[in-house]
Structure formats: structure tokens, C-alpha cells
Design a binder for this molecule. Structure first.
Ligand SMILES: [Zn+2]
Length: 282
């Protein structure tokens, strides 16, 4: 290939490139479009809601309080201290759960409302530590509150082989009536009672069998907490218990018996509480 041929080729290429440049379509300037209306994503702000209310008075006039957290449609109720100072660790456990929710409500599923009655028997709880175990367990009328509910109620019942008074009638005691009224007003999906110290979780019934949801709560709490899932209480006959009354009105209720009477067994029970709330998350 001689120089002239190369020159000719380069000239031809130059002409072609010039032609392409000259005739290359100029892109039309974009026509200004009206701005679309701004869609502002509203951030989901979870407004912590917590309330504390007095739901009744004890025989001696002490307040019985309920704390609520969250505002979902599924209500779950936890109750401590039905056996007063004799099972005082259940009150301290309930107070610990309240404190934890006060610090961080985000652990509560969006569609759940948590209710906590930390101390259903403030008169028994107020007894000095050296008082008899009966005085610390019973209410101000010397009645075992967990025998005063409307399920197979009888005037006397048993506790560890002793005969105990169950009141003049079902719900004769203001503490039991306060819980009844609170339950009827809030219709929880499930109820957990803290007792000590059976070291297991129990179901409940009132003559019509264990409600389907009750075993689910028992198994969920027991598995998370590492307590035994023990089914129905069979150690000795009990009449007028709160859990049985709840079963009679179609509300699953379980008894969580801590393993000791002085420790709140926090890690176990916090896991049990969160797992139970998870049952009601959608
Ligand atoms: Zn108890």
C-alpha cells in the first residue's frame, strides 16, 4: 500500500466522519414536564402508650392497679400477687416486667395490648415477713382469693391439706371482684397468673375441658422459660380458682409457678412473657 492510497483512505474516512457529524440528529431538548405532586412518605411513628389505673380496692382499702402497654386489638393479661406476700416474688416479677415495658415498648407486637396487674392481694402483701404464711397468703378477711372465683365455688377449699375459707360466695372479696370486672371490661385473649413455687406451667378448665388456646399458651411459655409444661393441676382438689373461672367464660388462662419463693427468675420469665405476646402478633 503506497502513501497515496493511505492518504486517500484517510481522506475518505475524514469526509465520512464529517458527514456523520453534520447529519447526526441533534436530540430534542427535553420538554419541561410539570413536577408530579410530591408523595411524602409519612414515617410510621409508634407512639408509646402506657396507662396505670386503679381497678379496685382491697379489704383494707389499698389500691389494686393495672398497667397497660401498647394499643393493639389483642389483649393479654398478666396477674401477680394473688397469694400476697407468701408469693411476693410474683409481685416483684410483675413489677420488673412493667419496668421493662416502660423502658422499651417496642418489644410489644403492634397488634397487642399488654395488661399487668402486679399485685392482686395488696393486704396479704403488706403483712410483715415474720407474719404467718396464712396471713401473708390470704386477703384481709383471711380468705384465699384463688378459691373465691365462680368455678365449682365452695365455701371452703383446700391448700396443701389445710382447709381454707373461700369467702361467703363467689366474688364476695373485693380483690376477686376487681379482677372479674377488669377481665369483663377488657376481654383478654389469654391470661397468665404468676404463683410460686411449683416450678411448672399449668392449664385450666371448669368442667368443659381445657380450651384449645390454653395448651398453646402453656407450651409456649414453658418452652421459652424452661419450665415444665405440666397440664392440669392434680396435686390436690382446688375449687373457685381464677383460672377455672376464666376457662368457664371462654378465656384461656394458665398458671406459671416459679421454682422458688424468693427469686423472680427473670431471664426465664421475660422469655416466657415475650413468647406469649408473640402468640398474638398477627
Ligand atoms: Zn399461689
Amino acid at each position: 500500500m503506497n502513501k497515496a492510497t493511505i492518504f486517500g483512505a484517510l481522506l475518505t474516512l475524514g469526509v465520512v466522519l464529517l458527514a456523520v457529524w453534520a447529519y447526526w440528529p441533534v436530540p430534542a431538548a427535553p420538554v419541561p414536564q410539570p413536577e408530579p405532586a410530591m408523595v411524602i412518605e409519612t414515617p410510621v411513628v409508634v407512639v408509646p402508650t402506657s396507662t396505670v389505673s386503679v381497678i379496685g380496692k382491697s379489704v383494707a382499702g389499698r389500691d389494686i392497679t393495672a398497667h397497660t402497654f401498647g394499643n393493639g386489638e389483642n389483649d393479654v393479661l398478666f396477674v401477680g400477687g394473688i397469694h400476697g406476700g407468701y408469693e411476693e416474688n410474683t409481685v416483684r416479677l410483675a413489677e420488673g416486667v412493667i419496668e421493662e415495658f416502660q423502658i422499651n415498648q417496642m418489644v410489644i407486637p403492634e397488634n397487642v395490648t399488654v395488661h399487668i396487674i402486679p399485685n392482686l392481694n395488696p393486704d396479704g402483701y403488706a403483712q410483715p415477713a415474720q407474719a404467718s404464711k396464712q396471713a401473708r397468703r390470704f386477703n384481709g378477711n383471711d380468705i384465699d382469693l384463688n378459691r373465691n372465683f365462680d368455678c365449682r365455688w365452695a365455701a371452703t377449699s383446700t391448700w396443701l391439706g389445710q382447709t381454707v375459707s373461700a369467702g361467703a360466695s363467689a366474688f364476695s372479696e373485693p380483690e376477686a371482684a376487681a379482677l372479674r370486672d377488669y377481665v369483663l371490661a377488657n376481654t383478654p385473649e389469654g391470661v397468665v397468673f404468676w404463683h410460686s413455687k411449683g416450678g411448672a406451667v399449668f392449664t385450666s378448665e371448669c368442667g368443659a375441658g381445657v380450651l384449645p388456646g390454653t395448651e398453646t399458651i402453656m407450651n409456649t411459655y414453658a418452652t421459652a422459660a424452661g419450665y415444665e409444661a405440666a397440664g392440669l393441676w392434680t396435686a390436690y382438689p382446688i375449687t373457685g380458682d381464677a383460672e377455672g373461672w376464666l376457662a368457664s367464660i371462654g378465656i384461656p388462662a394458665v398458671t406459671v409457678e416459679l421454682e422458688t419463693r424468693d427469686l423472680i427468675e427473670w431471664t426465664k420469665n421475660w422469655a416466657g412473657v415475650l413468647a406469649t405476646l408473640g402468640l398474638y402478633a398477627d
